[in-house]
Each structure stands twice: as C-alpha cells, then as structure tokens.
Write a new protein. Structure first.
Length: 490
C-alpha cells in the first residue's frame, strides 16, 4: 500500500461545527482533510436536496432552513480551500476506528456505498493520517419507548424533518408531533407549511418553566425571533399546542391510525381520566438529542453527564479534549444548536492552528469564547425548561418494546434487575441483551439507563452511560474491511 498523505488536521463531520472548523483551519494555513458520511456538506442541520437536481425542488432557502446564507458562505470558502490545495473533502465515508500513536492519528474509514474493501487502491484511500483531529460528529434523535411506538408511522422527529428537507417528502397526511423542547415547533411548522394537517403538538412540559430562567432565555435573541416565526405559523395553520401532554399510546394495524393523548403532572405521570383519542397516520417523537460519542470515547476522551442527562465529551475553554491533539466541537460537547456549533468549530480550528505553530489571533479566540459561553447559558436554560420527564418510565406497559433490535420489552428489563440482581445498564445488557443488536444501543441506550435507574433507585452516572457508547467499531462494518486490516491492506 502506498503511504497515505499526512494532514496537519483531520476533521470528522461536515455539519455546522465540522464545516466551520475545516474552513477556518485551511484559511489559517493548515493542510486539512474533511471526512464526512454525507454525500454533500451541511450535516443534519443544513440537510438539503441533492445539489445535482436542485431544479426539481424548491430552493433550500425556502424550505425551512435557518442561517442558510451562512452555510452558503462556508460552502464557498470550502470550495476555495479545495481549489487552493489546502483542503481535501472526503464525502460518503464513515470513520469506524481511530488509532493513535505518539505522533499521528490514523482514521480508518469505510465508504457508505459498501465498495469492495479488498481493492488495494480503494483501501489506501480509506486511511487518513493526521497530526491533529477535530471531532464534530454531531448527534442523533433521543428516543423514549412508549406503548405502540414500533407501529409503522411512528418516527423520530429528526427523521421526519430530514425527509422533508432532503427530499421534500411528507411522512404522513395527519400528524401528531410530541415530546419536549423547541425542536417540536420547527418540525410541526415545517410539516404544516408542506401541507400536512398537524392535529396536535404535545409538549410534556409547561411553557412556564422558561420563566425560571429568564436571563438565560434572552441570551440568544435570534432564537426568540425564530419562536415568533413558529408562533405565526401555528396561528396561520391553526395548530393546537398542548402543554403537559404526552402520547400515552399509539394504535393501528399495519400503520398508525389513532393516538391516545394524556395530560401529565410535573414529573410526567399520567393524570387518570385525561386520555383522549385523535386520528393520525404520523407520530413524530422528539425528546432532544444524544451526542454521537463513539469515536471520542474510543480515543479515551473524558466524559460527563450534562444538564439534559446526556453523556457528553469534556472540552476546555479552547475546545481541547483530554486527549492530546484531539479537539471537540458541536453537539459532542453538549446540545446547543447550529450557531453554537459553528463558533465551537471555528475556535477548535484556531486552537489547533496555534498548537501547530501558526500565528495566534487572541482577539478572535476571545470573541469566540464569549460567544460560546453565551450560547451555553441559553442551552442550559433550554434544557432546564424542557427536560425529559422524571417519571416517564411509568408510561411503559410490561410488553412495551425497549430494544427494537433484540425485541427486549420492559418486563424483561425489570425482571433482570429484580430477579437477577443486575444493578446497572451494563449488567442488564449482557444478561437480557438490550443494546446488543445492530444499532448497539444508539436508540435504546438512554432509555435503558433511565429504566434501570428507576428500578434500582440509583441515579445514572457516566459509568452507566459510557459503556453503552463504548464500542471497538464506531459503525457497522463489513467482514471484508476487517480482513483487509488483518492482511495489512488498511
């Protein structure tokens, strides 16, 4: 195998954080490799139709995207850096492992298309070596199980929005959007503008919770303006917003046909006698997001539990992780939104440039630190106003599926805790097999940790959550790719 180029910086992820980091680093004179699973840049936040066929779609800027002009600017600067030879963009590749020695980080990637890993030329291209690394791996929808949530027509709110943004496809005609947090408003507004009848938006929390953190709420005026826009959409389409309300159960044969809604108290317990049924063929569930930490944890980065109960990777004030030469940006350090992610990505790049011996820009880094601190204050307020209800596990029936891959229900988890003395998620996982399937706990890991905590009475700790995210392979991989590694082809 021919020796691969060694870049001064590799960036994983081309969403707001990664794209900002790659562009800023290249403009500071570093040689950069930008590796991303997507075929085109933008990540989940700026997901948009295939740029080769934009004439068949409405323009992206008219399809529910915020800060689109900023994305276009980043994309232009990216193209300029590629043309100048300072940056290489490697789309359509997932990083499945990172090896680290005293001087280099070796990223092992696999193509999304599943190309033949035994091809020598292709194998050499799938190894990226760099002196430093920015992890901007983003997040995915956090899901909570409830009776009927495996019925076709029940989707993650992020998935519903992704279909709409990328393909301008509505996943149903009559929708219930439920969960907690401001993201529900974005999803519901997008569906309504696309012609879907949104019969209810159900937030498990009360809007009055924002009153407990008024100073944090005003840290991001742009978010408040977005909220005003959503409110106008709700009025225009007559969308009812129901607070302290949850989807108690989903019904339907072959597909969702109707949904039972119920009022809950401050801890999330269903109030008896409040159930009501509405007809719907789509249920979009959104309970916030979970940072994607497989690569960070695999490298040994320090983690902690954030205010929203998610496991996050720890970064210092300049976005350095606890691992030398590895920087963190975006949702990996805590869910904070696209503007926050862009600032973290840029700061990570500037810090990497300083560490690589390039000239410092103290004023720029100071400005970015202040911007990130302000965004963090808003994020903390948002999480405190929109928590996952403390007693959501009381919604589960004994036969409610917790792990879809291995078909493990709530009763099996409870039995493992009480009859087999399993006292943490790891014990339950190896005994009853939740989280052992294809997704490796990405969907059920948070819910499993919460359910075990509720049954044992012990709060979830990083030592409970981290093993669920610690995997020797960060993404599903073909045996051929492993064989190429063993044969020294990778």
């Amino acid at each position: 195998m021919a020796e691969a180029s060694v870049y001064e910086l590799a960036v994983i992820g081309a969403g707001p954080a990664g794209l900002s980091a790659a562009v800023a680093a290249a403009e500071r004179g570093l040689t950069v490799a930008l590796v991303d699973a997507g075929a085109q840049t933008g990540g989940q936040y700026w997901r948009h139709p295939d740029e080769r066929h934009l004439d068949a779609f409405a323009r992206p800027e008219s399809s529910g995207h915020h800060h689109w002009s900023h994305y276009r600017d980043l994309r232009t600067r990216l193209a300029r850096a590629v043309e100048g030879g300072r940056l290489v963009h490697l789309p359509g590749r997932q990083v499945w492992r990172i090896d680290r020695d005293d001087t280099l980080l070796t990223l092992r990637t696999t193509p999304i298309s599943g190309a033949d890993a035994t091809d020598a030329a292709a194998a050499s291209e799938r190894v990226v070596r760099a002196e430093r690394l920015v992890l901007a791996t983003g997040a995915y929808d956090r899901q909570l199980p409830l009776p009927g949530w495996t019925t076709p027509g029940v989707m993650a709110a992020g998935g519903v929005q992704a279909l709409l943004k990328a393909n301008q496809v509505t996943a149903g005609r009559r929708a219930v959007v439920a969960g907690t947090g401001p993201f529900l408003l974005s999803v519901a507004a997008g569906l309504a503008d696309a012609g879907v009848e949104v019969v209810a938006v159900c937030d498990a929390n009360a809007l009055s919770r924002w009153a407990a953190t008024p100073l944090r709420a005003v840290q991001e005026p742009g978010k408040l303006l977005e909220g005003v826009g959503y409110a106008a959409t709700f009025v225009r389409h007559r969308i009812p917003l129901r607070t302290r309300t949850v989807v108690a159960s989903v019904h339907g044969t072959g597909r969702v046909s109707h949904v039972t809604l119920a009022k809950v108290d401050a801890r999330g317990r269903v109030r008896p006698g409040t159930g009501r049924t509405v007809e719907a063929d789509l249920v979009a569930l959104g309970w916030g997001f979970t940072p994607q930490l497989e690569l960070a944890i695999g490298l040994g980065a320090q983690t902690r539990v954030d205010v929203d109960s998610s496991l996050i990777a720890v970064a210092d004030a300049d976005q350095r992780s606890s691992v030398p030469g590895v920087y963190l940006a975006g949702e990996a350090t805590g869910i904070g939104g696209a503007v926050q992610s862009c600032a973290e990505g840029e700061l990570a790049a500037l810090t990497a440039a300083v560490d690589a011996g390039r000239a410092d820009d103290p004023r720029a880094r100071s400005r970015l630190r202040r911007r990130i601190a302000r965004g963090r204050r808003f994020a903390v307020g948002m999480h405190r106003a929109s928590p996952v209800p403390a007693d959501w596990t009381t919604w589960l029936a004994s036969d409610t599926t917790v792990c879809r891959c291995e078909e493990v229900d709530a009763d099996a988890v409870r039995t493992t805790v009480h009859d087999l003395a399993a006292d943490d998620p790891r014990d339950v996982r190896v005994t009853a097999r939740p989280g052992m399937g294809l997704c490796q706990g990405r969907v059920c890991g948070f819910a499993l940790a919460c359910l075990v905590s509720a049954e044992t009475g012990r709060p979830a700790e990083p030592t409970d959550l981290e093993p669920l995210a610690k995997r020797p392979l960060a993404t599903p991989l073909t045996v051929a790719a492993l064989a190429a590694l063993a044969d020294g082809k990778d």
